[in-house]
Design a protein around this ligand. Structure first.
Ligand code: GUN
Length: 294
């Protein structure tokens, strides 16, 4: 048996088509483009690549994107001042502060300072509270992209056993809540979880976000399970730069029912869901009904 490979790039391109249509509708009604502000402090190479792709995609779709590239030694007060300025700027609909921030900055304080109506990452405590309560609000981009792929693959997720490996505020926790809201029975596994392989083997849905390259092999996977790989570890193998997921793709293909590749699975969805969230916030901020986009 060979698993179906879930094409995140194709799904993201289809979503881009719907976003473009809604975007021109927004611009026609409001007289301006939706605006996304992206803030990067420091020069972490992976973050620089992500930010470049996010800003590039916003431009490609026809959004206004404002990039703030700050030095790694920016002070917390100065960063808070920038956030306040972006909160007050009417042309900015979404604010994304790229994580991780430099060590001397308190991430939680920065995230909490973002106007919840512009919280494009869904990380503000008000947004995570809404997710816990099952109230519509911005949802963190990567888990939202994973959910879109899962629903397009499986339809209803109700009653399925899901395991999320990783408990970060960006991926693991919101992913688990999204799956719970879809009526899955959810296990959240992390670095202290015992008998991880046994727990993964019981799952119909595996969302792997541990950051451990190729940790999950075919012997861990229930036959026919749907596997979503969030991992992106950069390595050099046989003299070539490669991006590896948390799942050993080659062996998992022989057991899973469907699986996302790395690259080309979750990655393109993360960028497109950021565009999706920006557009939804723009509609909401202007008092317009938010269109259904997926
Ligand atoms: N760093 C890695 N992924 C993300 C993301 O989705 N949002 C933010 N703000 N930072 C990140």
């Amino acid at each position: 048996m060979s698993a179906k490979v879930i094409d995140g790039k194709m799904f993201a391109e289809r979503l881009a088509g719907r976003l473009k249509a809604a975007l021109s509708d927004f611009s026609a009604q409001v007289g301006r483009k939706p605006g996304l502000a992206v803030v990067l402090a420091g020069c972490d190479p992976a973050s620089e690549i992500y930010v470049r792709s996010k800003v590039g995609m916003a431009g490609e779709l026809g959004m206004a994107s404002i990039e703030h590239l700050l030095s790694a030694d920016i002070g917390q007060k100065e960063l808070l001042r920038l956030i306040a300025q972006l909160n007050d700027d009417d042309a900015v609909d979404g604010i994304l502060v790229q994580l991780p921030l430099p060590k001397h900055i308190e991430e939680a304080a920065i995230i909490s300072a973002i106007d919840p109506d512009k919280d494009v990452d869904g990380l503000h405590p008000q947004s995570s509270g809404k997710l816990v309560s099952g109230i519509a609000g911005p949802v963190s981009c990567t888990p939202l992209g994973c959910l879109m792929l899962l629903k397009s693959e499986l339809g209803s997720l109700a009653g399925l056993d899901a395991i999320v490996i990783g408990r970060s505020i960006l991926v693991g926790k919101p992913m688990a809540l999204l799956l719970l809201n879809e009526n899955c029975t959810v296990t959240i596994a992390h670095s202290r979880t015992r008998d991880l392989a046994d727990k993964v083997r019981r799952a119909d849905i595996v969302v792997a976000a541990s950051g451990q390259a190729e940790m999950i092999r075919e012997t861990w996977i229930k036959p026919g399970a749907t596997v979503i790989d969030v991992g992106t570890t950069r390595v050099v193998r046989d003299g070539k730069k490669r991006l590896l997921g948390d799942v050993h793709f080659g062996s998992a293909l022989t057991v899973a029912g469907a699986i996302t590749p790395v690259p080309g699975g979750v990655g393109p969805m993360t960028i497109m869901t950021l565009m999706h969230n920006t557009l939804l916030l723009a509609f909401r901020r202007c008092g317009l009904p938010a269109p259904a986009l997926w």
